[in-house]
Design a protein around this ligand. Sequence first.
Ligand code: 5AD
Length: 364
Amino acid sequence: MVKEILAKPEYSREDLLYFMKLTDNQQLQLLYDAAHEMKKTHVGKKAYYRGLIEFSNICTKDCFYCGIRKSSPQERYSMSRDEILEMALWAHENKYGSVTIQSGERQDAEFTGFVADLISEIKAKTNGELAMTLCLGEQPREVYEDWFNRGAQRYLLRMETSNKTLYQSLHPPTANHSYETRVECLKTLKNVGFQVGTGVMIGLPGQTPEDLVDDIIFYKKHDIDMIGMGPYIVHKDTPMGQQVIATGQDTPDARAQRFTYGLKMIALTRLYLKDVNIAATTALQALHPMGRELGLKAGANILMPIITLREYRRKYQLYDDKPCIDDDPSHCKNCLTGRVESIGDTVGFGEWGDPPHFILRRGV
Ligand code: 5AD
């Protein structure tokens, strides 16, 4: 059955669901291998680095799952402009094709202006050679436009889940946590000209295999260029984390299952969308020591090495036991390059690694 479905040129929702519910390891391996082949055909066996700069954990949102939510007891920090620039220049010197600039969500003018200046500065200091991905949440159109015009090319805004009811269960019922706004922002980002990324958390309480399949269909419907998704991981200082622990849903078995769903999501997204960029995220690594390698072998082609200065890493804990928090940027670079080469892929040093999907989209 698996081989028959894999041979089809297009999959139906039922086909995706069949794969999503597979449990047999041998059959799953066929799925991962097919996705790895698809990756070779459409984006090549190259992994691209996006150096991740987590420059502030100050956040105005209160998402129930997240360790840096507004109400969390986490101590707050914001890096200075010079510290961020230093990290971006390090990424450039080390031939990373791009950096991902991430922080808690803020919409005040001080923040959006700070980011605008940073984008211009990074562009100038790297002769426009370093691509920039922004991961700074929901913003008004004018802000997206300004950031794009200053030289950022990509924007990552996770949907978290495409199921509206589930979305509402993950967020407080306030105006700044609206499902519709999130979808609107994705559309605006595309209109403004960004390469647009989204993604979901996998294994959320109440999430079904049907929901996950619908997430993949959502990516296609919204013509998404880049996907960053990973398993949900408990953070014990959050309402959702506490509830998951209290109801006995954080067992090693449950975690292993979330990990497998993570790999299935990567493989099925690669098979269904083909020419997009897909990240093997740090959250995968948090649940399995070989998480990122297995992600690359299941069809992912992007890695996001954390380049945040070591002194800040502990404070940017979106979930418990986040890996690499005691490492420094050069250690992460060498460690990841070894991991990529161990599975026979190479690193696209000095290349932007734009998703072919975007290149085709822009061409028309
Ligand atoms: N587990 C996994 N991923 C999480 N994120 C936030 N909290 C968690 C968690 N507990 C993810 C969200 C967010 C991204 C920056 O981090 O998907 O969009």
